[in-house]
Design a protein around this ligand. Structure first.
Ligand code: GUN
Length: 283
């Protein structure tokens, strides 16, 4: 392997330490940051994710409130819970774990969260603020990817970044953050005719598709930075990303591993956003 690793675990640990120090300062002023996590149904992956989020809060001294609801919870009942949490001064961040059961309109649920508590950064107000360069919560995964680029001292100005994937949660906000950092940005997706022709031009590639081996060694410019957002399983059931790590790490200059890359940073940025929400509320 020739590429250097961007260690998401180490960076997340440093981030949590900084958050913990600021949480202690806030607590000394009488404000303990609080995150509400709402889980509807019993999706196994979601159960693991919310358990981690709650444990992360405890690790940095934040309060967490985990609400588990049955899969047949009525949409109105969920909206009522969110409105109550919007009004609760002890709660600074509200996260509704996705996916939601099909009978619930996820976008409607997200729009019900007070944008001041939208620590996922999924509300249209947060997305719109990012689009026009106003302050607002940034979606945790792309925000974490930017911190990973920052951690290696990489200046995106004038560089070409290619994002593979156009989801509202990762691809689109990722492209906007890279653009705000003065990169030239190309967004590729399932209807892009020649993906490799695009990625071969890239100084930075962010793969956020949710499919194994979307990016292989022949698609990467030597020395490029490769950020792997994917969370997939291989034939042996092992966690893997969207990038063919073994091949690409022979060509790239820097690469994020899976596991131990973007995942831990996504979790850390949720803490950063929740802290920021509490700091704003505390004035
Ligand atoms: N499901 C998978 N990832 C996420 C996330 O970042 N936030 C929420 N709310 N749900 C998710």
């Amino acid at each position: 392997m020739t590429a250097q690793l961007i260690d998401g675990n180490a960076l997340a640990r440093q981030t949590r330490e900084r958050v913990a120090a600021r949480v202690a300062e806030l607590a000394a002023q009488g404000c303990q940051p609080g995150l509400a996590v709402l889980l509807v149904g019993e999706d196994p992956a979601s159960q693991v994710y919310v358990k981690h989020k709650v444990a992360d809060c405890e690790g940095v001294g934040m309060k967490s409130l985990l609400e588990r609801h049955p899969a047949d919870l009525a949409e109105d009942a969920l909206l009522a819970r969110i409105r109550a949490l919007n009004a609760d001064p002890a709660i600074h961040g509200i996260l509704v774990q996705l996916p939601l059961p099909r009978h619930i309109d996820a976008q409607k649920v997200i729009e019900t969260i007070d944008p001041a508590k939208d620590v996922d950064g999924f509300h249209v107000a947060s997305a719109g603020a990012l689009l026009i360069g106003r302050p607002g919560f940034k979606a945790c995964t792309p925000y974490g990817c930017m911190k990973m680029l920052e951690s290696i001292g990489y200046d995106l100005k004038g560089k070409h970044a290619v994002v593979i994937g156009r989801s509202n949660i990762v691809g689109k906000p990722m492209a906007l953050l890279l653009l705000a950092a003065n990169a030239t940005v190309t967004v590729c997706h399932s209807a892009t005719p020649d993906l490799a022709a695009m990625t071969r031009q890239a100084d930075v590639v962010v793969a956020a598709v949710g499919k194994r081996k979307v990016l292989t060694a022949d698609m990467v410019k030597p020395g490029a930075i490769v950020i792997d957002v994917g969370m997939n399983r291989d034939e042996q059931g092992r966690l893997c990303g969207d990038v063919d790590f073994d091949g690409v790490s022979e060509v790239a200059g820097w690469i994020t591993p899976v596991p131990g890359g973007v995942g831990p940073m996504t979790r850390a940025m949720l803490l950063v956003n929740t802290l920021e929400a509490a700091e704003r509320a505390a004035g």
